[in-house]
Design a protein around this ligand. Structure first.
Ligand code: ADP
Ligand code: TPW
Length: 600
């Protein structure tokens, strides 16, 4: 590492030179002395750590940084901007981190979040852990204090052993100490985030690194573009055959699509697999739109029935976690006879995590689905009409019932009447991206608002985490340029609400609809902790920063304002006034809540 002259070494040399020349000098001779030193210096062209980081990212086709400035990140963001990168600056690091995660999910490139040390780093860490939990590729890059001071705990400004703290919360964590290792550090971070099961990576860059300089040519040589960062993983032929044999023998087969399938961008083959086999399918929430929700084979409107009745279930990029009742119990009617699972996943250790998997197919979804398709010839027998007919019957019944509820226009609005308006708007603009969080607001939106295109729905994901709203919305608008409709519970919105300023600052085409029912879950309760200020006007928040705010008390008002917002592309917040008695505690997952479960 001796070839690298650190800033400290550089300034020491300058100090010594100055001291020797100006011991008795006045101001003018100091300037003259400095000029002389500069002229005497060898002509070698150098590059510093800042530019090596920027060049390494750009070389790997990363063109956007989400972050929040502070020493030394401010300089890095300024230089990145000057070098043509898009820098989106947030009001809180968690939202910058969430934006990076969503960008990773949407683009298959790791989203970058840049923060300062200790508190900034910790604020970004929730997003990093959430990205890892959801299998979204992102890289949290944080500035940090000098190792020498951190390790001796000498009390630096914002001192913290960040690498150690990040390690258990992400897929991989690295630190770069020397300028010539920046290329390798960025490459390892990118490959770790993207390969195999995607996830979050932490990259620790001590402040001192940015000011290090090295010979420009050697610096350039030290950077490289990662070759094939997410290598395909081809499933074993015997695993494919085992899966096909099981599927062929099924009387009541079901395909379950998860957000891994959405991430994989194997849209055409997934659709072909569903349509060629004729097997009914269920999308998990972020897989909605992989095939249009109105597709004849969608069993979403008969969800409980198909989960209970299916005999063979093909999981495509979906884990049998709490969102699928762990593949056990009443939801799956496991007592009625063994249900058999085929599971496509890139992570071999996911298999058997909850129930035994009869036919694991390990590989990337694109390759696995293509291999299954290859084994489905013209002699494929579609599922019995008894099965598909029974599903269709239940679907029709449930959809007709739902249509009546959606057509009602109660005053004040309830979740259904407000969501029927949003449902129509998304139908009219299927390219719009829906961001969704809350409890009742989440559950009702998921079942009522049909999606028509892949990767158009972003939500609270595997953790059911509140606070992703504005970060996800900003990323969706920035990386796709499409209109975004963020459907937010009033509590959920509060977690990231200050980012409306960010939305206005960048003039993003985002329309936020706050489902304002005066509290967490609902506005009436015997316990005060869940109740908010009555009749709050969230629309005024947006107006404060120059966006459009509308207080919508009827479905007609909501419809007009939403249509205008999506058409105009202007930052807009619609305060949708919802009946404060309409929600239930924890939405539809009351069974997870000990206090309400007992009451049942
Ligand atoms: P959902 O919440 O929609 O059910 P999960 O997040 O539980 O989905 O599951 C996603 C699964 O997809 C993870 O187990 C992950 O390993 C897997 N996965 C992600 N990307 C790919 C890919 N390209 N190929 C195969 N499996 C993938
Ligand atoms: C980081 C717990 C789950 S849902 C929710 C909270 C606080 C808010 C529900 O109220 P909201 O929606 O948004 O008004 P609605 O439609 O029911 O009225 N902290 C984090 N994540 C979670 N999940 C919680 C708390 C929670």
């Amino acid at each position: 590492m001796s070839s690298v002259r650190t800033d400290k070494e550089a300034s020491t040399t300058l100090d010594d030179a100055l001291k020797s020349k100006v011991r008795t000098a006045d101001g003018d001779s100091v300037v003259r002395a400095l000029k002389q030193i500069a002229e005497d210096a060898p002509e070698a062209e150098t590059i510093d750590g800042f530019h090596l980081v920027i060049d390494a990212l750009k070389l790997n086709d990363i063109d956007t940084i989400f972050g929040l400035p502070g020493i030394p990140i401010t300089d890095l963001t300024r230089m990145a901007q000057a070098e043509g990168m898009r820098v989106i600056s947030f009001r809180h690091e968690q939202h910058a981190g969430n934006a990076a995660a969503a960008a990773g999910f949407l683009t298959q490139k790791p989203g970058i979040c840049l923060t300062v040390s200790a508190p900034g780093f910790l604020n970004g860490l929730t997003a990093l852990a959430n990205a890892t939990t959801n299998c979204f590729p992102m890289i949290l890059i944080s500035g940090s204090s000098e190792r020498e001071i951190v390790d001796l705990q000498q009390g630096d400004y914002e001192e913290m052993d960040q690498l150690a703290i990040a390690k258990p919360l992400c897929k991989a964590a690295f630190r770069v100490l020397h300028a010539e290792d920046i290329g390798v550090g960025i490459a390892r971070a990118i490959r770790s985030a993207l390969s195999g099961r995607p996830g979050g990576v932490y990259l620790d860059l001590p402040a001192k690194l940015f000011a290090q300089t090295m010979d420009a040519a050697a610096g350039k040589k030290s950077l490289f573009k990662v070759v094939d960062p997410a290598p395909r993983q081809i499933p074993a032929p015997d695993a494919v055959k085992r899966a096909l044999d099981l599927l062929k023998g099924a009387k009541k087969p079901l395909i379950l699509l998860g957000k891994g399938a959405a991430y994989a961008q194997a849209d055409a083959d997934i659709r072909a697999l569903v349509e060629k086999t004729g097997i009914p399918y269920l999308p998990m929430s972020m897989a909605k739109g992989l095939l249009p929700d109105t597709h004849v084979q969608s069993a979403a409107a008969a969800r409980s029935y198909v989960l209970q009745e299916a005999d063979v279930v093909l999981l495509v990029g979906a884990r049998l976690n709490w969102l699928l009742s762990h593949g056990k119990g009443k939801t799956w009617a496991q007592d009625k006879g063994a249900k058999q699972f085929i599971q496509i996943d890139i992570a071999p250790t996911e298999i058997d995590s909850n129930v035994p998997i009869a036919a694991p197919v390990i590989g990337d979804i694109g390759s696995c689905v293509a291999a299954l398709l290859g084994g489905i010839g013209s002699n494929w027998v579609k599922p019995p009409a008894e099965w598909t007919g029974a599903i269709a019957e239940r679907k029709d019944k449930n959809l007709s019932k739902m249509a009546v509820t959606l057509a009602a226009r109660p005053s004040p609005m309830n979740f259904h009447s407000a969501l029927s308006v949003i449902r129509d708007q998304v139908k009219a603009r299927p390219d719009a991206i829906v961001v969704n969080e809350g409890a009742n607001t989440l559950d009702f939106t998921r079942s009522i608002v049909d999606m028509y295109e892949p990767r158009k729905r972003l939500d609270v994901g595997t953790w059911g985490i509140m606070g992703i709203g504005m970060g996800f919305a900003v990323a969706a608008a920035v990386v796709t340029g499409k209109p975004v409709i963020a459907i937010e519970g009033d509590s959920a919105f509060g977690f990231s609400g200050m980012e409306v300023e960010t939305i206005c600052r960048y003039n993003l085409p985002i329309c936020i609809v706050v489902f304002n029912n005066n509290g967490v879950y609902r506005g009436t309760a015997d316990v005060a902790p869940t109740v908010f200020v009555k009749n709050a006007r969230y629309d005024k928040l947006m107006e404060a920063f120059g966006g459009v705010g509308v207080n919508a008390t009827t479905a007609d008002e909501l419809q007009k304002a939403l249509t205008e917002a999506v058409a105009s592309g202007r930052p807009t917040l619609l305060n949708a006034v919802i009946d404060e008695t309409a929600g239930t505690e924890s939405g539809r997952i009351t069974s997870l809540n000990p206090s309400t479960a007992k009451k049942k």
